[in-house]
Each structure stands twice: as structure tokens, then as C-alpha cells.
Write a protein that binds this ligand. Structure first.
Ligand code: SAH
Length: 271
């Protein structure tokens, strides 16, 4: 057991946590990284599961919360190492569940936001494996918030677009950035760093001004968190100058320009 592992005493009448039954798979969002941003349900799941199957972006501090004798398996898709196919991951989940394990499928952020959680839930449904979804704080919204960037303010936007810079195999390679830019609504991009040039070009073609604020939040809530505030015309240069790399979210739009003031006034970010 460790310092994080106890759910705090909760008031009488607080809903009880569901039992993690053998043979179930729980698809759990781990939030952006910092373990203090886990939900109580995620903490309960981490304390109850005996088999954890997690992605590469899971913070090691989160994995420290599991039961001491739990099996932890990484199915990460990073670092140039051969990584399992999506179908192999779902096969593993199904096999563990059929073997009577309490299977925690741990995914970064929210499992249903650009995390293939929908596909995994679908495969579990097809295989008649009982499962639960435990939502998490998605990196786009929580990373922006911690950088002082509100997703909406009444004076800037009435919608916000969450988009991925990267499409699955078999889909057209290019998102229609010009059409997205023409909505005039801010965009919060995931997995966009390697596509930034194309994205910026699309915004320019749509008539977005060179001074349109852009903010990049890299490794939000992690030790190497870095926030870069720039503009559409300077974004590529500034990303190179800071040597920023994934994981990062990119915010394009007026809201991206609000972070500096709010961050300066904040009592402190989470880390
Ligand atoms: N399901 C996740 C997203 C998975 S896609 C969620 O809801 O957050 C992976 C992308 O998420 C990364 O390429 C990056 O764009 C973003 N991301 C995840 N963790 C992040 C972090 N700590 N800081 C910044 N971006 C992050």
C-alpha cells in the first residue's frame, strides 16, 4: 500500500462503489497524468483490479496505486518498439476476462476521447464481456484549463472543437482544416504536433489572421510540462525553438490568448 491508496473518508449517504466482479473489464480514464486528477471511481478501480492493461501515456505515479500483487501489462504504442495491434489488445482483454480476472483497461485522459475506447467497448460488447466505463479528465480540456485557458467564455466562443491531427488507417489523411477554421470557433487539437504545418496552412487558407492566438501545452501536469504561447504565423517557428514534442495539445483561437493573464494570477498549477 502507498500514500495515495486510500479513498478518503466520505460522508454518510455517499454512493457506494460498485464491486469489481471477476470476469469484468473496466475501461478507465486516467486523466492527463497527475494522480491527484484521477476520479474517485478510477482510484477505486485501481485498488480493486487484479489485471491492469495500460497505454504508454500512463503516468508511473498512477500505476503505483494498484494492488501490490496485481499484474501490470503495458500495451503502449510508442518509442519505436513493436506495439500490439488494436485487435491483439482487445483479444487480451477478452482472454483475461474469460479467465475470471478483474481487468482494468487504463487509458490516458478519457477513454472515449481519441483513445480507441469506443472500439474496445464495441469488441467487449460483441464478445458479451460485461464492462463498465469510468470517464476521466480529457487532456485537451484539463491541459488547457491548467494553462489558464478556458474552453469557453461568453465573449469569445459558443462552441469548441476537439479534433485529432492524426487519422486512423484507411481514413482520408487530411482533416478539412479549412472548413474547421471557417467555423470561427476555437479548436483543441490532440496528436497534432507532426501535422502542425498542414493545420496552420489550412487556417491561413481559411482567412485566419496571422495574429490568431495559438497555445501549445506539452506534457500537461507532468514534470516536464511546457506551455508555449504564440500566434498562427509564429507557431511552427516557436515549436521548433522550444523543441516541443508529443504529448501535447494545441489550442488555436482567441481563448488561447487568455491563458497568460489567468495563469499569472493563479495560486498555482496542479504540479
Ligand atoms: N484519451 C486521451 C487522448 C488520447 S490521444 C484523452 O482524453 O486525453 C493522445 C493525445 O492526447 C496526445 O497525442 C496528446 O495530444 C494528448 N495528451 C495526452 N496526455 C497529455 C498530456 N499530459 N499533455 C498534453 N497532451 C496530452
Amino acid at each position: 500500500m502507498n500514500q495515495y491508496a486510500t479513498i478518503p473518508t466520505l460522508p454518510g449517504g455517499f454512493p457506494s462503489f460498485p464491486d469489481f466482479a471477476p470476469g469484468e473489464v473496466w475501461l478507465v480514464g486516467a486523466g492527463p497524468g497527475d494522480p491527484r486528477l484521477l476520479t474517485l471511481m478510477a482510484l477505486h478501480a485501481l485498488r480493486s483490479a487484479d489485471t491492469i492493461v495500460h497505454d504508454a501515456l500512463i503516468d508511473p505515479r498512477v500505476l503505483e496505486l494498484v494492488r501490490p500483487n496485481a499484474t501490470i501489462r503495458s500495451v503502449g504504442k510508442r518509442g519505436g518498439k513493436p506495439s500490439p495491434q488494436q485487435s491483439e489488445i482487445t483479444e487480451q482483454l477478452i482472454a483475461f476476462a474469460r479467465a475470471g480476472r478483474k481487468v482494468l483497461r487504463l487509458k490516458g485522459g478519457d477513454p472515449f476521447v481519441f483513445g480507441r475506447g469506443g472500439e474496445e467497448a464495441d469488441a467487449l460488447a460483441e464478445a458479451s464481456i460485461p464492462f463498465r466505463i469510468v470517464p476521466g479528465l480529457t487532456a485537451g480540456l484539463s491541459g488547457a484549463a491548467l494553462a489558464g485557458i478556458p474552453a469557453t467564455t461568453r465573449s469569445t466562443n459558443h462552441a469548441v472543437i476537439l479534433a485529432t491531427g492524426y487519422r486512423a488507417e484507411g481514413h482520408p489523411d487530411e482533416e478539412d482544416w479549412e472548413a474547421i477554421a471557417k467555423t470561427g470557433q476555437p479548436v483543441i487539437l490532440y496528436m497534432a504536433m507532426s501535422r502542425l504545418e498542414t493545420i496552420v496552412a489550412g487556417f491561413m487558407r481559411a482567412g485566419a489572421g496571422p495574429d490568431l492566438p495559438v497555445a501549445i501545452v506539452a506534457s500537461a501536469t507532468l514534470a516536464d510540462e511546457e506551455i508555449v504561447e504564440t500566434t498562427l504565423s509564429a507557431a511552427l517557428r516557436d515549436v521548433r525553438a522550444h523543441d516541443l514534442s508529443a504529448p501535447a495539445i494545441v489550442v488555436i483561437g482567441e481563448i488561447a490568448g487568455l491563458g497568460n493573464k489567468l495563469r499569472t494570477a493563479m495560486a498555482g498549477a496542479v504540479p
